[in-house]
Design a protein around this ligand. Structure first.
Ligand code: ARG
Length: 470
């Protein structure tokens, strides 16, 4: 009795795959998003095979034309994806064979789905990395511009979420920018390890055909062929690295989100988030909720989850390819979708933040934020720092009792705590004097913020555009 078995590998099978097992093991539902990169990889492979004489030029041309038509069919949504054909590779190959006959069956010469999928994901991820890098750059540019506009806007700086010392809003924004600059570096560094060609590793051991992997690497814009065939088909470090980058980035975005949510509250009232980034409440007519930053804060968790999934997926896997690896795609794809969405929202929203300078200033003024400046003043007048700390502590306690800031006390009131205080003390007790005095690289003085913004812009502009074959 003959039963139909799988057309790609059914030769040694005596019964067809169980229908549930076929659906359970198929990846077409999610790997179809790799179609463009799968076709690009196949075109490069066929081109290389013709160059080394394994295919004729006529066969290559038939394959290349057929694949081009299939890509157009996919884009017009005319392809019916088949679960029986398991994955994107076999769906495309079967369609090619329908179209061009036996030559279509030659495309898979000298390769395996193991090196093919590893190549597809790298090609796909490389393009996505470039899109992520562009959004990251857009967000960084927006923050730098906003920081320049807000270089002299005074707000309270916090430790333990308690008012600590006055800072400038521009300085705070540039702190965010620094986090993103490190993320950007991590991303571009990860890209180097993504950009290595697995194709040619075949199933695991390489192939007996006289392939030229340098040709394929060059056609696809990879820096070099992977060194070791066993490693090439099994390595998923690059996906883990990207997801680690994404986790750190989302952690940073969650911190910025948290601050935006706090600042937009009536209790802080430091910023206004434009209405287009907020939503209302169906029951409380007065509400304007900062949904975008809240959602970005929330999405951080799923990206951390994907990092754990991928690390655990690879844990203890023996060489070389294992079907486990098919589970790499959904976490990676969802990480990409999440990161791109969050960055887009942030790049649109962050530069549109409207500061409320009076209310920021008032908050800084209320919090005895120039207490350290008074202590430093006393040290300059010859008082030991510990004694100065004690003196200022007493002055603050007096201020709390009186409901007045240090700068609102009279000279006579201040001198009861120390006779080292003179009438020049008021210069250091003002918020403007306090921030302007922190005038060194990395400090919060408005001039330093402007200089730092300009250095940040230069560094961002100096990042080389990654170049590869489109
Ligand atoms: N769908 C598979 C994956 O995503 C492609 C490689 C399959 N290779 C195999 N020998 N079954 O990993």
């Amino acid at each position: 009795m003959t039963q139909a078995t799988n057309q790609s590998w059914g030769g040694r099978f005596s019964e067809p795959t169980d229908a549930f097992v076929a659906a359970f093991t198929a990846s077409i539902a999610f790997d179809k998003r790799l179609y463009h990169h799968d076709i690009r990889g196949s075109i490069a492979h066929a081109t290389m095979l013709a160059r080394v004489g394994v295919l004729t030029d006529a066969e290559r041309d038939q394959i290349v034309t057929g694949l081009g038509e299939i890509e157009a069919e996919i884009e017009r949504d005319e392809i019916e994806w088949s679960v029986a054909l398991e994955d994107i590779h076999m769906n495309i190959e079967a369609r090619l064979t329908d179209k061009i006959g036996v030559t279509g069956k030659k495309l898979h010469t000298g390769r395996s789905r193991n090196d093919q999928i590893a190549t597809d994901i790298r090609l796909y991820l490389r393009d996505e990395i470039d899109a992520v890098a562009a959004e990251l750059a857009r967000l960084r540019h927006g923050l730098i511009e906003l920081a320049e506009r807000e270089a002299a806007t005074i707000m309270p700086g916090f430790t333990h979420l308690q008012t600590a010392q006055p800072v400038t809003f521009g300085h705070h924004l540039l702190a965010w920018q620094e986090m993103l600059a490190r993320d950007h570096e991590r991303l571009l560094d990860c890209r180097k390890r993504v950009n290595v060609l697995p194709l040619g590793a075949a199933a695991l051991a390489g192939t007996t055909y006289p392939i030229d992997r340098h040709v394929t690497a060059e056609l696809l814009g990879f820096d070099r062929p992977a060194e070791n065939s066993l490693d090439a088909v099994s390595d998923r470090d690059f996906a883990i690295e990207f997801t680690a980058f994404a986790s750190i980035l989302l952690m940073h975005l969650s911190r910025m989100s948290e601050e935006m949510v706090l600042w937009a509250s009536a209790q802080f009232d430091f910023v206004d988030l434009p209405d287009r980034f907020c939503t209302g409440s169906s029951i409380m007519p007065q509400k304007k909720n900062p949904d975008v930053p809240e959602l970005v804060r929330g999405k951080t968790g799923r990206v951390y989850g994907h990092l754990m999934s991928l690390l655990t997926l690879m844990k203890s896997q023996p060489l070389a390819y294992n079907k486990d690896n098919q589970e790499d795609k959904e976490p990676l794809f969802d990480t990409l979708d999440t990161v791109k969405g969050c960055l887009r929202a942030f790049a649109d929203m962050a530069p549109a933040l409207k500061s409320k300078p009076e209310s920021m200033f008032e908050a800084a003024r209320r919090g005895f934020s120039t207490a350290t400046d008074l202590a430093d003043y006393l040290v300059r007048a010859g008082v030991a720092f510990r004694d100065a700390h004690e003196i200022v502590g007493k002055a603050v306690a007096f201020g709390i009792e009186q409901g007045r800031d240090l700068s609102e006390m009279t000279l006579a009131e201040l001198t009861q705590f120390s006779d080292a205080i003179g009438d020049d003390v008021f210069e250091v007790l003002t918020l403007e004097g306090s921030v302007a005095a922190r005038n060194h690289i990395g400090g919060t003085a408005p001039d330093q913020v402007r200089a730092a913004a300009s250095r940040a812009r230069d560094a961002l502009n100096a990042l080389k555009e990654p170049n590869h074959v489109a």
